[in-house]
Ligand binder design. Structure first.
Ligand SMILES: Nc1ncnc2c1ncn2[C@@H]1O[C@H](COP(=O)(O)OP(=O)(O)OP(=O)(O)O)[C@@H](O)[C@H]1O
Ligand SMILES: [Mg+2]
Length: 272
């Protein structure tokens, strides 16, 4: 007889549903970094919308369970609808992008104090129970570092590409090298580096101010023999856009930031 807490059948069933969901998704991309606050969510959201604008079917999975920022940055802050009395969830579609996040599912400002296995369980559920449908790209916005959610997302999604975000200064690059090595260890086939906050565009005169420096990410990518996808400037408008949920690639398509995202998306597609 099986012990009462034997959930192996349930887990196998969930694995099957994850496989079925992933079979309908052509490319799976994880966005991560060694360090917090370097712009992963900004990059994930704007890459996703650049792909949508190019006519692709795209999903964005907020895999940051304790700090879910995708709803804030996209404005997709409604709860996913649940299909009848099943456990299937339908993602919210915001400006053509399918979005799923834990944020609308927990009361306002309530902390998600979950241990690793629960957080990993939430990600597995987002893959198994969300009706993503046929997608060209599924992007996952990961929390910083190399914790349980990161490992789960990579193991379950089997991504064909990792995008590692860094800022140009040495303290971020050190952590970025760790993140690149982790992506290598987890045998993610293509690894690309994005340098964010590379040069501040002065809101008064439009000139570049070398706040955190530039080029560090590119040099690091070359040394570590991974791809450099491009750099995104630091623009006050980008931060405002993040707070307002108005992604620059949708709302300021002529900005240098949006052009940088078009370049990075082109590089990314060229490698897949
Ligand atoms: N290029 C940029 N120009 C201006 N502001 C930016 C830029 N990139 C990110 N930001 C701002 O910096 C802050 C951190 O960015 P973001 O939330 O994307 O980082 P993160 O790596 O996802 O953080 P966390 O590790 O907490 O998940 C946000 O307020 C965001 O709007
Ligand atoms: Mg984030």
């Amino acid at each position: 007889m099986k012990p009462e807490n034997d959930r192996s059948g349930e887990i196998q069933e969930q694995n099957k549903r994850i496989r079925e969901a992933l079979n309908q998704i052509q490319h799976r991309i994880v966005v991560f970094s060694g360090k917090g606050g370097v712009g992963k969510t900004t990059v994930a959201v704007n890459l996703a919308y650049t792909l949508v604008k190019q006519g692709h079917a795209v999903g964005l999975l907020d895999a940051d369970i304790t700090g879910p920022n995708v709803p804030k940055m996209t404005g997709a802050n409604s709860s996913p609808s649940v299909l009848g009395d099943t456990h299937h969830m339908i993602p919210q579609i915001k400006d053509g992008l399918s979005v799923i996040s834990i944020d609308p599912l927990v009361p306002n400002d309530a902390p998600v104090i979950w241990r690793g296995p629960l957080r990993s369980g939430a990600i597995r559920q987002f893959l198994a129970d969300v009706i993503w449908g046929k997608l060209d790209f599924l992007l996952a916005d990961l929390p910083p570092g190399t914790g349980d959610e990161v490992l789960t997302a990579v193991q379950e999604m089997r991504p064909d590409m990792a995008i590692v975000v860094t800022t140009p200064q040495e303290v971020s690059l050190t952590d970025c090298r760790r993140a690149v090595n982790m992506a290598k260890k987890m045998e993610i086939p293509v690894i690309g580096v994005v340098e964010n906050m590379a040069g501040l565009i002065c809101p008064h005169c439009g000139k570049d101010i070398d706040l955190f420096g530039t080029g560090g990410g590119e040099d690091m990518a070359r040394l570590m023999e991974v791809h450099f996808l491009g750099r995104i400037p630091l623009e006050v408008e980008n931060r405002l856009a993040g707070d307002r949920g108005t992604p620059p690639v949708l709302h300021r398509p002529e900005s240098r930031t949006s052009k940088a995202f078009v370049h990075i998306t082109g590089q990314m597609k060229g490698l897949l």
